[in-house]
Design a protein around this ligand. Sequence first.
Ligand code: TRP
Ligand code: ZN
Length: 468
Amino acid sequence: MGRRHVISRRVTRAAVGVVAAATSLVVAAPATAAAGVGSPGLGDPYFPLAGNGGYDVRHYSLDLDYVRAGNHLDASATITARATQDLRRFDLDLRGFTVTRVTVNLLPASFTRDGQELVITPKVPPRRGKTFFVKVEYQGEPTEVIDPDGSSEGWVPTADGAFVVNEPQGSPGWYPANDNPRDKATYDMAITVPKGITAIGNGRLLSRRDHGGKTTWRWYEDSPMAPYLATATNGVFELRVSRAGRIPLYHAVDPAEVPEGAFDVLAIEAEVIEFFSDLYGPYPFSSGGGVVDHAPEVGYALESQTRSQYDSTPSAGTVVHEIAHQWFGNSVTLTVWPDIWLNEGFATFSEWIYDERHGGPTAQASFDQVYARPATSSIWTRPPGNVGGPRFLFSGTVYDRGAATLQALRVKVGDRTFFRILREWYAHNRNGNVTTADFVRLAEKRSGKRLDAFFDTWLYQPAKPTTW
Ligand code: TRP
Ligand code: ZN
């Protein structure tokens, strides 16, 4: 959140400068402001319509009532936001559902639907700088969101509930959002499910209350969270609560995965958190945990904030990877999706260094294995800093060549400087958003070396690096 404010302040100052310098623009700029329409997207190179302009969400309060039989979600979302311009009209991202009522500051608002946009016209436009409240009531069968790479995300029905994961664009498949990683907010969720079903949100469990044939689970995430990291996975689960120091850990396992040893794999979390806390800096959040569902058709795991989601029993390496994402990805978050290596390269390097410090192969040995791949391999022809489109967001290069980039940097600048860079990267950008250019700048500053050619070779050239 902090970073975004810096960015918007910079934009404001630039705009003032332009207006002062060129009188002719005085007319043009206020005309746009007077129109008071929040833009329908934030212009991400891969997902231009994800997110919306004109406001900054502070908090989401989601009230979800889901019955798997019939696959029906009956929900309302109350969003607290601050207007960054006058808002005669603004959008939220929401896919599918029947929207039955929208209010802005408790007054009924008119609304229309346009693709993934819910277009809202408030009775009284929120003024620039003011906090306002939007409530959206909606119900129906959640729409499956299919990623450009063909994978499913959003609210994915399972045999006994739903597996809820949103990277990169599944959130509007179950709640109205400013669906852009730059707009982090806190979340509370009340998830109502048939009695006997467990519903797991992000953060801490506040309460669990039975009423009639239903149970309402209340969760609260008190750290800023990018919309794609929210979850509300539900189904038949065994839930075990433990601790890592003072932090509660919630481990939920589908009964089908208990015999696979899911609880034993999840049990490494306390030690993994301690390890990365020592290496990178204190664990970012006030809770932790993981959910092992039985949804093998999903085909991937996701680092949902404080509550990693596994579609089946993961390997220890995958658990280490998703926990590392709590630092790199969740607390320090990319600004635009083409910078995905900042999430995946860092989490994969974290697996390598974890192995190195736990009697496994050294990170250099892991690097050597990657480097041994032939020049024709797609990790060399597809550079991790420019994968070529959203279809390739999670291709091997962002993981393996991304991690190799960090190991190559480690060798170039030495361990002392390298780990100092990673610690500062986290310390300076906690709860914020970053770009590759920010990382290059920090690495150059701390090492005293020019590294633009190094990073260009590793991140942007469609060829196997030979010298660096
Ligand atoms: N970020 C996930 C990880 O930790 C991977 C992931 C998220 C993914 N969404 C996806 C992979 C969609 C393939 C398709 O590795
Ligand atoms: Zn990952």
